[in-house]
Write a protein that binds this ligand. Sequence first.
Ligand code: DQA
Length: 144
Amino acid sequence: MRVLIVNGPNLNLLGTRQPDVYGSETLADVENLCRAHAPNATLTFVQSNHEGAMIDAIHLARSTQDGIIINAGAYTHTSIALRDAISSVELPCVEVHLSNIHARETFRHHSYLAPVSLGQIAGFGTQSYTLALDALQAHLDKLQ
Ligand code: DQA
């Protein structure tokens, strides 16, 4: 399977950013973990602090990927534009978060992306990404 893994704002700081909440692993560690977990998958990683760049990456995925895994960071809770981008490309999408957003501040409880995603995986640290890869693979296998 071909998967676009999109990381949004501030996730480039993973490892040094609030390690008590997000852990000490970096975004490069997440990428290595995913590649080791799914060696037969073709994984494309994009990180951007800019909403429009994330939307452009999602649009490009329409013709190049089988699915999307997205940690949209704080845009999860604010961005109707990202939600519309995911609906528009009609690719299966899994929403991930390192932290359990439902156990945190109330403004993090709502996700604009959840209704247009296959599901949401939150609270398992970097393992949220490998769980998302497994979920996406299982979904694509079912379609075969
Ligand atoms: C996050 C949770 C968001 O609420 C926050 O804004 C982030 C990271 C997570 O991975 O836990 O930037 O998406």
